[in-house]
Design a protein around this ligand. Sequence first.
Ligand code: ATP
Ligand code: MG
Ligand code: ZN
Length: 322
Amino acid sequence: MICDESVIGRYQSGLQFSPLEDPQSWLFLNKGSANAVFRHVTDDSSFSGKVIRLRLANSKIRTKEIYDYIVDNFSALEDYLPRMDMVTLHQGFVNDLQHSSGVMLNLDDPNGILMDNLFQHPVSTIKLNKHIIFHFNERNDESLFELKPKWLYDPPAEIKYCRNCSLLKYKNEKIITCNLKLLSRDTLDEWCNDIIENLPNQLPGCLTGSEVGMQLKSAMKENFDVIQKIYHLQNRKGFNAHERLLNLKSEDDVDDFLRYSMTLKDMTIVVGLYSKKLTILDLDKKSCSKWKSWQNQEASLSQYYTLPDCQRGLKSCCTRAN
Ligand SMILES: Nc1ncnc2c1ncn2[C@@H]1O[C@H](COP(=O)(O)OP(=O)(O)OP(=O)(O)O)[C@@H](O)[C@H]1O
Ligand SMILES: [Mg+2]
Ligand SMILES: [Zn+2]
């Protein structure tokens, strides 16, 4: 994919910021398996409402490589990416953040990515499973829905239960719905209903489940085309990710498309229930050195793909959305 001017225009790289020399104005917010996010806490400057995203100590790929990868590969999703500024940091600054948070960071990485803090207002979080989280704003002005859509694909014919449902089952996570229902307008309402049914009766503020359900349906319908876009980017004619993963013999076998689709499968989507604005987070370039763990996981899942009905407990899986 060719990087176009408008994408470059929205990103600024290599900025030098003096407020980034004050580690006390940044507080640890959250982390995943490869990144930690710190929020700016003083409300002076142009940094209020911002977070800085740094690589964890064990991460193989540095910020600049990730930043360049996003700019070069995801122009098709440009409208849904938050503004990202790559900033240069002193090692002492990163070291101080590591010290204050107790989170081990990559001290050799001279860069971080500055973004708007999506979770700026006080929220109550309701996590339905690892991939579906609501962030309710007590003031009811904008609640956020966080989703990891994972594999949006047409499963090969021999697979009865898609990889998302199989993975949740394998990890003993609660199966709320099958994300393949997001791929057809006919099953989109069903997908929303599956989720709303799993919300507790008492919601923060004075929201009701049916109000949230209506907001979610409306927001996801509005963003149907974006989900389709992600589906089309993840899939290529004749590409069978299951087969490709099982047949890898070394990291040299990981081709650019497999690598790219692994990035897309790891993205997080955040949707405003009121504004309906959809934001895509986390399009990190994946290290090919992970090939063996990808393959092992794929092998472990094999038994779930074809479980007979009586054992599967995968009630909500729909293997063919279209
Ligand atoms: N722009 C942002 N505003 C507010 N919070 C954010 C932002 N970006 C990330 N976060 C928070 O930080 C967490 C970790 O970020 P991120 O998903 O980028 O890390 P990761 O290591 O790639 O995670 P994973 O292991 O799930 O891939 C997110 O789950 C989210 O809660
Ligand atoms: Mg990630
Ligand atoms: Zn499924």
